[in-house]
Design a protein around this ligand. Sequence first.
Ligand SMILES: Cc1cc2nc3c(=O)[nH]c(=O)nc-3n(C[C@H](O)[C@H](O)[C@H](O)COP(=O)(O)O)c2cc1C
Length: 392
Amino acid sequence: MGIETAVNFDDLRRAAKRRLPKIAFDFIEGGVDGEGGLPHNERAFAKHRLVPRYLIDAMKPDQSTTLFGRTYAHPFGIAPTGGAALFRAGADLMLAKAARAADIPFIISGASTATIEEVAEVAPAHSWYQLYNARDRAIADDMVMRTERAGLSTLVLTVDVPGHSNRERNRRNGFARPMKPSLYAKVEALAHPGWLAEYYSSPGLTTSNWVKYAPPGATPNEVLDFMSGQHPCAFTWDDVIRIRKLWPRTLVLKGIMHPADATRAATLGVDGLMISNHGARQLDRAPSPLEVLPAIRDAVGDKVTVMFDSGIRRGADIITALSLGAKFAFVGRWTLYGVAAGGQAGATHAVDMIRKEVAFVMTQMGAPDIAALGPDFLMWDNDADRMRNRRP
Ligand SMILES: Cc1cc2nc3c(=O)[nH]c(=O)nc-3n(C[C@H](O)[C@H](O)[C@H](O)COP(=O)(O)O)c2cc1C
C-alpha cells in the first residue's frame, strides 16, 4: 500500500511504526519521565472549540502568511528534528525539498546528518538553521558564520535543552552514545528488513556539520562522539547577546515558555519566539505551549513574532494556535513520521495532508484567509457565558 493512502497523522504514525524497529520508532514517539506531557500537549487543543461563521465565501481559503517580511504559502512549517537519517536515509534533504515544493519553511536541526551547506543548496529560500549551543563557543560561532555564508535567512536557537532529559524509552532500549541496543531491541530490529537494508547500505546516522571540528581523520562514529561531547551545554542570556551581535539576519529563540523570558528576549533584539516544549521531550511537567501562548502574546504584543509548536496532530490544531495569537505553527513528528514511512513521497504527502486539513477547517469555520482568524472563533469547554457576551 502506497504512502498516499495515509489519510491522517495517525495513519502516518502507524506506517512509520511498521517500518521502523522499535528502538528508532520509540525515539520519535517518546517523551520524558512518565510521558504525561505528550497527551497533555494534545488535550490542550481539544479544550477549544471553533465556532463557525456562515454566509461567507471561504470555499478556497487563502493560507498565505507573511513572516519576517517574506510570504509563505501556508501558516505552518517543519520543525527541526535531529537524527532523522536513522529513520530514513537522506531524510533532512527530503524534508527540505518537500518544504520548498510547498513554499513553507524547513528548519534543519543542529543534530542533522545533512550539512548547512547541503540544505542551502537544495532549498536556499526555505531553510532555516537551528543551532544548539556548544561547550566550545568557537564552534557555535563558526556555525553561525557558516549559516550566514550559506545565505540562510533565519537562525533558530534552541534554548530548552539545559541538560540531559530523562527519556526512559531510550534508556530501556539502549539508545545512547555509545549505542548499546538491548538484546530485545536487536532481535526486534530483525523484523524490519526494509529498514535494516536501507540503513546499513547508507552512511547512516552521521553528523557531517561536525567533521570540520572533530580531530582530523575522525571516523563518522568518532565525529558523532565528538559532537555528543559538546552537548548538552548551558545556554544563557549572554550567549543570546553574543550571537545577536554575530548574526545579522532573523534570530529566533525556540523553547521559550515563560512570559518574562519572552519579554527579555524582545528587549535583546530577538526577532521571533517559538513557544514550544520540544514536543514534551524535555520537562514532562511543563505546561502545553498552548496554555502559555496567550500570556506570552499579552507580554510581548507585536514587539516580537510569536510562533508555536508541540502537539499538533490536526489542521484544526494549527488553526486553534493561530486563533489564540500565534503567527505561525510548526510540526515535528507529523512530517517526521511521513518521511520515515514513505521517504520523499511520505514527506511531500504529510505536508499536503496538513495543507488540506487547514483548508478544510478554514472553509468549515468561515475563515477566507489567515487574517480572519482570531479569538472570536474560539469557545472553551463550558464557556457558554463568554459566547453570550461576544461582539456581533
Ligand atoms: C525525533 C525528534 C527529534 C527532535 N530533534 C530536535 C532538534 O534537534 N532540535 C530541536 O530544536 N528540536 C528537536 N525536536 C523537537 C521539535 O523541533 C519540535 O519542537 C517538536 O517535535 C514539536 O512537537 P510535535 O512533535 O508534537 O509536533 C525533536 C523532536 C523529535 C520528535
